[in-house]
Design a binder for this molecule. Structure first.
Ligand SMILES: Cc1cc2nc3c(=O)[nH]c(=O)nc-3n(C[C@H](O)[C@H](O)[C@H](O)COP(=O)(O)OP(=O)(O)OC[C@H]3O[C@@H](n4cnc5c(N)ncnc54)[C@H](O)[C@@H]3O)c2cc1C
Length: 259
């Protein structure tokens, strides 16, 4: 996206045409819209799609130019990732984590009947490959999994790639079907999300390859901050080679995402 283009690039209403469980905690919803055809402005894998699953009994209210809503409208728009886009069928898959405590987005994504209207706005680029990178490291929790999967599916195989992903336990590994990728799973074994230091510990212990790297990650806001601190501080990677974003907040205030 050029800087002059405003967000949302596109906003509209899609139809939820399919839903299936990938794992006990990960749901795939398939959205269909005229706008998801050939002229959908996809640039990179794993772009951001902001979604509104309207509360029961309400219809979608779209934002106006500049992301303003009509007075009195308070609908729960949440950010998700384009897991897969098929311009031929005009469909986009989004993988939704059924987290605890449940929020409006994951509650409605699991409940909304097939055929329902879902608001969308986007897309927005989040990951862009560095052409001069000798290796790629992707890391995060379940909310980063859809982006990591989309990135690895389109990744140039000549550049070695490694993914470190923190999940609840072995049953969640099925959310990523990339048998040939070097993916290392970190299990929380029942501990609540963002209460462990698995990701930071694994990054501390990791043998980083030689050469210029690119790191992209996303997780809970404080976990993402720890990832940035370990990689830029303790491991000495240049700041601009490391992007780790807060994708959700466990409690308290958002941590500033410095890219
Ligand atoms: C750019 C971007 C892309 C994202 N892509 C995806 C994606 O593809 N799939 C996906 O599942 N999520 C994704 N997320 C994360 C998602 O937006 C958040 O998890 C969001 O808070 C879910 O909304 P909700 O209405 O279900 O819960 P909220 O109303 O936002 O939160 C309700 C409660 O749940 C807690 N909570 C929120 N998220 C989590 C979580 N992941 N684990 C544990 N507790 C949580 C909150 O702390 C709060 O207490 C993305 C976020 C960003 C910023």
């Amino acid at each position: 996206m050029t800087e002059r283009e405003r967000f949302p690039r596109r906003a509209g209403v899609a139809t939820l045409v399919a839903r299936r469980a990938l794992t006990p905690r990960m749901l795939r919803v398939t959205l269909e819209a005229e706008a998801f055809g050939d002229d959908w402005p996809a640039e990179q894998p794993g772009e951001i799609l902001t979604l509104l699953f309207p509360p029961e009994g309400e219809d979608v209210v779209l934002p106006e130019q500049g992301w303003r809503f009509p007075a009195g409208v308070d609908q729960p728009w949440r950010n998700y990732t384009v897991r897969r886009h098929d311009p031929r069928t005009r469909r986009i898959d989004v993988d939704v984590l059924l987290h605890e405590p449940r929020g409006p987005a994951c509650t409605e994504a699991a409940r909304t009947p097939v055929g329902s209207r879902v608001g969308y706005a986007g897309p927005r680029v989040d990951f862009a490959p560095h052409d001069d990178a000798d290796w790629l490291l992707l890391c995060g929790d379940e909310t980063a999994l859809p982006a990591i999967a989309a990135i690895l599916e389109q990744h140039d195989e000549r550049t070695p790639a490694l993914a470190l992903i923190e999940i609840d336990g072995p049953a969640e590994e099925r959310a990523l079907d990339l048998p040939r990728a070097d993916v290392r799973w970190l299990h929380r074994d029942g501990a609540p999300a963002a209460t462990t230091t698995h990701l930071a510990d694994a990054l501390r212990a990791l043998d980083l390859p030689a050469g210029r790297g690119q790191v992209w990650g996303a997780a809970e806001s404080r976990v993402a901050r720890d990832v940035r601190e370990v990689l830029r501080g303790e491991r000495g990677l240049p700041r601009r080679h490391v992007s780790a974003k807060g994708y959700w907040l466990r409690s308290g205030d958002w941590i500033l995402d410095e890219d």
